[in-house]
Each structure stands twice: as structure tokens, then as C-alpha cells.
Design a protein around this ligand. Sequence first.
Ligand code: MCN
Ligand code: CUN
Length: 787
Amino acid sequence: MTTTENQANPIGFGRMLRKEDARFLRGKGNYVDDLNLPGMLHGAVLRSPYAHARIKSIDISAAQAHPKVKAVITGEILETLNLAWIPSLSHDVVAVLATDKVRFQGQEVAFVVAEDRYSARDALELIEVDYEVLPPVVDAKKALDKDAPVIRDDIAGKVDNFIFDWESGDKAATDEVFANAAIVVNQDMLYPRVHPAPMETCGAVAYMDPIDQKLTIYSTTQAPHAHRTLYALVAGLPEHKLRVVSPDIGGGFGNKVGIYPGYVLAIVGSILTKRPVKWMEDRSENLMSTSFARDYHMKGSIAASADGKILGLRVDVLADHGAFNNTAQPTKFPAGFFHVFTGSYDLMAAHCSVRGVYTNKAPGGVAYACSFRVTEAVYLVERMVDRLAQELKMDPAELRMKNLLRPEQFPYTSPTGWEYDSGEYPRALRLAMDIAGYEELRKEQAQKRAKGELMGIGISFFTETVGAGPKRHMDILGLGMADGCEVRVHPTGKAVVRLSVQSQGQGHETTFAQIVSEVTGIPPEDIDVVHGDTDNTPFGLGTYGSRSTPVSGAAAAIAARRVVDKARIVASAMLECAPEDLEWEKGRFNIKGDKSVGKTMAEIALGAHGTVELPEGVEGHLNAECVYDPPNLTYPFGAYICVVDVDPATAKVSVRRFIAVDDCGPRINPMIVEGQVHGGLADGVGMALMEVIAFDEDGNNLGASFMDYLIPTSLECPSWETGATVTPSPHHPLGLKGVGESATVGSPPAVVNAVIDALAPYGVKHADMPLTPAQVWQAMQGAPYRT
Ligand code: MCN
Ligand code: CUN
């Protein structure tokens, strides 16, 4: 495998500038909001100002009379089309437009379609809604109180706000381990509600062609094929008359997995007006109404022997799912992959239970580089291990080294049933410690403490779980999670790769060309990648859970191998020898033992399309396809070390250094992987120190703009120090593991562990994210405080 360290395009794997940047850097990207179809109208959504209120009446007559308004849609109108409610991704229903009640601030109440965006927004002001305000449920811990208002009275017989109970692991065995352990440490913690906040908000342009009755939906979606099938199933539209196009996407981060009411409304608007309709939300709408992340209230316990052997782990979770259960995860897992919470350690037993509840907040829960809630799981275990280290007065690195899974234990089956494919954990932690100069840092910390200065060193070690998923365990609404890929080699040896996954910034146009290049030897610049258009790509479930490389990347590798297999037959016909007499040398087949006689892929491609006589039963051309059902997920991992300084006077945290060693198997493009890691580390600093969607007691969203919902900038981020180890996946055809969410998953506990470590002189044991100056100050004063 080549690992060309320069920026020249390698054949196959290696550092290479991103092909897509040719247009992005010139401002020539093509996003949904750039689309301008002839005759296009513009939609705007009227949203609820209340978190919980009954709708007594809606008067749309003044809005309808606006000279530029073409249609006003309410829930009542949608009811006549059977589209007021649509199925959620988690066996619930979601209101497209409220009919009976509004259930969170920002919920969709009416939709106006007008000649231009300004008129549509102006006309919203003309709609009169008479609300009867109801008391809201804001605190998940009070959602199940006897006197709590019932949010989902649309569900027949519903008398409470309970959604589900779910558990994993062996409770009895775990109880026994805890009963016999020398040390048990308990810690409650909150992973606060945060938002993926992609640069581009969500939007769609829908056009129902009145002549051929074909509906085209251009939308910000991470999963175009899944969306098309769901539109077909929900609305009864014929699937061959539906085309979903996902053009350039300005960041998804899980925010663009689901189907939002706005997409459906653009479609209905187009059907009613017979014209294209664009709907594009603004920043506040995005922050208030689209998929949030986390909101897990966790009660953790860890059991260990007196000398620091971790024996057991358990956790009880209260999961705030908002007003509709619309989390996006494989059907069998209502808490996503949270039950991988035993992390990177060899334990005797573990048990987790998760209870989901409704509150008067926006729905969602699985987003923001979460790997289906591995983020929450890693945070829990890495905080618990640090809490244990604190109680044992043991160095947290030493405690981890003592308990990390050892290389010979792989493939390893966790106490909750996950089969980790491969890992060399101690090596990665050692490398991170070496880059950090860990022992020196501890000495520096001791010197600083003696002077009253607050310096903290935080470690986290994470195991990620990505590449959902094997059909036998996983589906989304009954759709299996296989992905397709087609490779077509043109007569002159250039190629096109068609994918079912969809890039939102991850650089698939580059890395998938590199995968096919690695296998076929065709230079990556000669390979075009097509994705994001259901009319032009094979079926597959899309990009999330860092599954593109593990699943679709495997499909691409296998399809490319099939091309090479076929090329061997064509070359043997051209050279008039037996296929076995040929030897593959990246990009060409040579006669065994004589490199001077052979055929390049370009020559073979021309032969395959030409007049060369192929053996009986072998078809011409040089194309192949693959539908890949992964045998298992992939388990990338990493060791992170964060160094912070806390100002004792203001309680402000500064991240001084951050060391990240990631292992995602071989790296297709090390530069892109580093970019993914840098972005994820910034996410981690953001969540640990500043991000939270807070609500007041009336359920008002207090983070509906970037003035209030803080995201990190380069000023809060240090210059990242990255390292790599390479442990291939034994089941992926090229050994690749995913990496797109690793750093977001792995970094928050490192930052929090560092801050708590810095506060050790104050006796602080825990403080919840985000560790704003106010939060840290309160912790230093000994007061439990929550933002
Ligand atoms: N890669 C590589 N070598 C590997 C593994 C991955 O070169 N061994 C490359 C891949 O080919 C791809 C990128 O790294 O170009 C990420 O790959 P992968 O881990 O397969 O993740 P996905 O492509 O499926 O991306 C999804 C993941 C998720 S779920 C979120 S959330 C997230 C993330 O990617 N959203 C992002 N990173 C993001 N990066 C950007 N810029 N924008 C987003 O919205
Ligand atoms: Cu959970 S965010 Mo990504 O899987 O799209």
C-alpha cells in the first residue's frame, strides 16, 4: 500500500488534496439554497411560540388574501391528505403541522407558499392562532411525576410521559460483582442537550412535474435512498416517480438524517401549486426544531478491587427524547449503541438500563457525531474510570493501562454482547503519553499546584462502534443496512464510481476514488465519484454512524476487485494466455516472470469494449457492482490527553494542549483523517466547555442563536497534536475502520477529566458539562450547579 506523504495524487491510498475543493474553494459549491428552478415559489413555516399549548383555532384568511401568497397549509388541510402525522424513525409518530396541540417551542404550525421568501415570511404574521397555554414538562426528572401534564394525549390511552424501558447486560451477575467488590464509586452525571449546528441549515426544493408526475426533491439529506423509500411508503407515492437529490451539503453531523416537516411541506406545497417550492430554515429554526443530541441523565457505578482492577460497571439512564420519539437508530436499539458503555476495559459484568421520556422539547437525540450514542457511553465510562482513580488515589493513566483490553483478547466479546474486531489499546495509550510527555506534565502540575496554579491533565481512551450494520442485527424501519456500489470503467480506462452514501464534507469524492484506485491502479483523478442522486446511484442507507468507509467503502473495494478479476480474463484473451499465467502489478497485468509483456488497465478497458474475443460466457465491458452486508461493525479506538489551565480568579478554562492518537486501521487519505479528527476535537472542546441547549421553566429555548448557543472557534482550540497507530479490521476487505465521529466521541471526557483534575485542590469530584466559568466557579465553591 502506498503512503505517499506529499500532496501529489498517489495511486491508491495516501495524502492527496480533496477533489471537491476545486469548487468549494472557489465558492462554486452547489447547495440546496443555490437552486433556482423556473417558476419557483418559496415556503415559510409558522412556528409555535409556546412549549405546550392547545390550538383552539387558526385563521388563515388574511394570509391567503396576501397578493403574493399562493397557498397556506395547516394541519387540518394535511389531515385531508393523511399527512398531518408521519411515522417517526422510532415507532412513534411526528406531527408535520400541529393539529391538536403544540408540544415544543418552535413546532411547525402552518406553512405559507408565496412568490418570494420575504412575502412568505410577511404572511406568517397574518396568521392568527388562538392558543390555550398548558403547563409544560421541561425537566425530564419530573416527566413521570403523577401530576405531570401528559404531552402525548394524541396517543390513545396515554396517561403519562413514559416512552420505553430498555436494558442490556446481566443484572444479577453485575449485582454480585458489586456486592463483592472492595470499592464501589457512584457518580451522577448529565450529558447535556446539544446541537450539531451544521453551517448549512436544513432545506429542500420540491417539484412535482405535472406532465410526467415525477416528484424531484432536492434536499439536505445524509440518506437520499432511505428518504425516497420512506416518502414512497408514507405518502403512497410510486417510488420510480420519486427522485431525491442531495447536492452539496454544508455539514450534516447527524442533523440531516431524518425527514423534517419542512421537506414534506415543500412537497405538499409543490403538489398544490404545481410549481417548484423551496423551503430553507434559518439559524434559529435549525437550533430550535431540528434533531438535538444527547440529553442523557446518567447514574453510574463502578466496582473495583482495592488494587485497581475494574470489575463491574452499571448505569441507569433517564433519556429525554423530547416531544416525539424520533431518534434515528437501528430498530432493535432504542438507546442506540449506548450499551457498548463498558468501553475499552476488561470487566467481569455490566448492566445498563435506559428509560425514555417525553418532554416539551424538540425531538431527536441521535445526532452530532454520536455513533448512535457511543458518545454518551464513552463519556460515562471515562468519567467513571477517572472517578475511580480519584478514590483509589491512583494515576488515571496507570489505572487505564492496568485495565485496558490486551491485544490477545481480540476478537473480544463485551459483557453486553458486542464483538470488538481488533485492537492494540496499550500501544495507542503509550504513544499518546509519549507525545504528551506525560510524566513531565505531572511534574509540572505538582510544581504549579505548590504555587496555587491550577493545571489539569485529562485522559480518555475510547472504543468506537461504527459501520452499522449487519442485516441480521440491524435495520432502520425494516430496511436492511447494506450499501451498494457500482464501478464502471469507460473504454479509455477512466472510471465512474456510484455510491449509495452521501458526503456532507467528509471528502468522499476523493477517498472513494482512492479506494477504487488502490484496488484497480487507475489514478484517482481519472475516477469520478457520483453520489447523492437516487436516479443515478445504487440503493443504500446513507451516511451516518461513520458507516461510509466500513460499509460502502467495502462495497467499493469489492466492486473494484471484481473489475480487476474481469480485467484478468480480458487481458488473458488479449495476450492469448491463460488467466493464471498473469500477474497483477497495480494497474496492469503482466505475463508471469516477464514484466515487459502485459496490458495496462486502459488497454484492457479498450479491449473489453472492443473486438477482442472473450471466452464463452464472459460478457464485454469492464463494469462491476457489489451490495455489501457487513459481517460486523468496525471498532476504531483512540487515546486522548488534554492539558488545561484554570484561572483561579475567574474559573475560566483554557485548553493548552490536546494530544489525539487515533487508530482507524489503514488511512485512505491521512490528510482527510486528520481533518476529521481536528473537527471532532473542536466539537469536544465545544461540548465540554460551552455548548448547551438550555430551557427556562416555561420551555423557552434559550439557545436559539449563535449569540446564545456557543460553538468553539480557533481561539478556544489549541494546535492539535495527532498521532496514529494502525490496527486493521480483520473483516473489512481493506482493513478499514470508520473515523468520522471518533474525535467527537472521544474528546469530551478528556477535557472534563482535565478540568476536574485541575480542580483537585478544591476537592471537586465532578461537575457537569458545559464547564463554563460559572459552572467551574460553582464547583470550586462546592455548590452543585447546573446550567
Ligand atoms: N477515512 C479514511 N481512512 C479511514 C477511515 C476514513 O481516509 N480509515 C475517510 C473516509 O473515506 C471519509 C472520511 O474519512 O472521507 C470519514 O469517513 P467515515 O469514518 O467512513 O465516516 P463517513 O464518511 O460515514 O462520515 C460520517 C461521519 C459522521 S456520522 C458525522 S456525524 C460527521 C463526520 O462524518 N459529519 C461530518 N464528519 C464530518 N465531517 C464534515 N466535514 N462534515 C460533517 O457533516
Ligand atoms: Cu450520530 S451523527 Mo453522524 O451518525 O451522522
